[in-house]
Write a protein that binds this ligand. Sequence first.
Ligand code: ARG
Ligand code: ZN
Length: 880
Amino acid sequence: MKTETGQTIRLDDYRPTDYAIETVRLDLKLDPKRTQVTSTLSLAARDGTRGGTPLTLDGDALTFVFAELDGKPLSPDDYVATPDAFTLKRPPEGLFELTIGTETNPEGNSALMGLFRSSGTYCTQCEPEGFRRITYFLDRPDVLSVYTTRLEGPKDQVPVLLSNGNPIEEGELADGHHYAVWHDPYPKPSYLFAAVAGNLAHISDTFVTASGRTVDLRIYVEPGKEDRCHWAMDSLKRSMRWDEVRFGREYDLDIFMIVAVSDFNMGAMENKGLNVFNDKYILADPTTATDTDYAGIESVIAHEYFHNWTGDRITCRDWFQLCLKEGLTVFRDQEFTSDERSRPVKRISDVRTLKAHQFPEDAGPLAHPVRPQSYREINNFYTATVYEKGAEIVRMLATRLGEDGFRAGMDLYFERHDGEAATIEDFLACFAEATDTDLDTMLLWYNQAGTPTVTATSSWDAGSSTFTLKLTQNTPSTPGQSEKAPMPIPIRFGLVGPNGDDMEVERIEGAEAAADVLLLSEHEQTVVFHGIGARPVPSLLRGFSAPVRLEADTDTADLLFLLAHDSDPFNRWNAAQTLAMDHLKRSTEAIRRGDTLAADPEFIKALETVATDTGLEPAYRALALQLPAESDVFREIATDVDPAAVSKARTTLKGEIGSALAGTMRDLYDTLQDDGPYHPDPESTGRRALSACALDYLVAGGTDGAEELAKTHFDTARNMTDRLAALSTLAMNRLPSAEPALEDYAKMFEGDALAMDKWLSMQAMIPQPDTLDRVRELMDHPAFSIANPNRVRALIGAFATGNATGFHRADGAGYHFIANIVIELDPKNPQVAARLLAAFRSWRSLEEGRRTLARQELERVAERADLSRDSSDIVSRMLG
Ligand code: ARG
Ligand code: ZN
């Protein structure tokens, strides 16, 4: 294998910089191929820095032009400038000003980091280390500076010139050029810098803050797309209000801007006062966006806005602390959605996401702690672990401390660390102090990788009226960490009595307990509940109170009981999932033996009861009807997995449920149709989701007339949610009407990139072996482009991560194809290539034949000369 590139950065090696950069004056003269950047930094040695210590600034592929010190040209003897660094050999004492000129080529920037162009718009992405691709800098989050940015360019090409903060000056120049100057009074790290310039239209609105200040709100898009920005604006205003009410956080500048661009590696970016978004998370109208898109926009808008306090006002000391802003901000956006929509539905969706993405990551070769100890490429740590598990840790704090205690800790955090670059220790200390709680062991959650397994065995003793719960916890070894200490695991619980109500508990022995939350803190604990006069069914980990795998001794009868009675909506849903999962695992084994296993009629009946219970909200009922995904079953089986058998087991179960409940599903479908105007509110969103689910079961069950019904649903749909749901049912079930419907769709939405992404994804996910040929053909379709990350994710990403049958083809052709794409993409956009490569992360769990084929492809990638640091880091950890 090729030797690994790039050095390892370690948390233990952290030390502050020798110099501070107090102010930055940036001057950008925009040109497609030769943008001139002049940066003037006012610098001073920090206390304790020895006089004359050389100053080295980070660079990345920069073209150096000139350097001046305090306004006078520097002699070449005084500095060393390479593409990757600038060193001032003998900095003067006291405050000094260093001016450096560089040149950059935005149009040639296919990695989309630093300054690039997206459909003609100049745009920046600096997190985590993109600023050094614009100019030399101490490009790390603990160097906070006040920025003044001047942008200049030809007015006809770049009529709009934006940067962080407030606008302070603008004017016309000779030759049709113009300029604008922006000043951001809040000291910030370089990763929060942004500049945007182009021919952009905008919608505007205002927001009056709690203290009565009026803020100008703007969303910028390509001209002609303004009408698709109103939902984003509405979401923004609701987010701003919510942060005031729930966390007492007000917006702090006179203007808040969002720009939507069509080429973007990630979802969005929280640059101070100037958020930059992937247009997928801004643009929506009923004909082109689904309910899921509307919900996604609302939560990403909220997430980026909430970063203004958790990320911008208080940032991270170093990138190891990434979860400090990301985990916390994900928690905040989850809470926002829970308050705006349905709390149980949101919790269930989030747990599904966590289990689908984070659990497999934590169980495979890419496992890492929420706060890693070392990295080679920080871009590879924007993961489900840092974001979603990071949010779960914050949620556990909230669970343990209660609403008031949690808020007191947050208040102290904002008060104490405003304007600083903080650490996880700083964060935890605020909660410990504000609530006088010992939270030292919470650090283990940040430092230890791997998903703990909690086992629970129970017994009831009639004589003493006691119920005994034996709990154990065990965290598996992960790369670089073999021994794990027991962690504090909050277990929200209820003991459900024979009548279905929660029983009163007199007293609890053997564990710290507050109200309905037990704290499991040892490897093994025996908890005794007193005053329990009848055998209860324990409902453990209510609301998924900790990110663990629970193995409880609840049998089928107990699970059916919980599914019917649990007062905790999460665990009611979870009971159905557990029953389905048990069946799918056993059915997969049967299929591998050449056998079959019929579904339990009791289970199907219980599903029917939930599906038709009009006392439950439709969105919840839709979730209850949704079977675990193939990838969920894959994860639960864990070793020697045969993806084809899993797929067959799932399709069979779905068909059985569909045909057993055909009448019910048809009634459900009929009662849910609605011809009022479209609105993405939670109520109608839920109704559409349940209707889609009923339709899908009708088709899967092979019910007479179901295909026609789906085709009509598609043809007569008046919004994208209904249209796409029907199309998906036709395509995933491989019905003859799928092909003409796909053609109709392509005609309807030709030229609309985001709508065509859905069309690409859907075809890439059709679960059959020859889908690979279709994906290859689609790469030549005008709707596809390898240069655009959204298109790559829609077609290639959907195939690699959303089509187990295709990707895991027994002959290895799926692996070969993805490896080829990675090799092709890597030199152009390493971040997108490395993400795609991570689709192999569970390769060791596969049955032997596929495992060998997958390894060969990984080795082929690893052997490439000139592999980016991003991809080489992923592939070497995956093979390591
Ligand atoms: N901070 C952004 C967010 O809100 C993500 C930016 C990640 N960018 C990257 N190039 N890795 O989640
Ligand atoms: Zn974020």
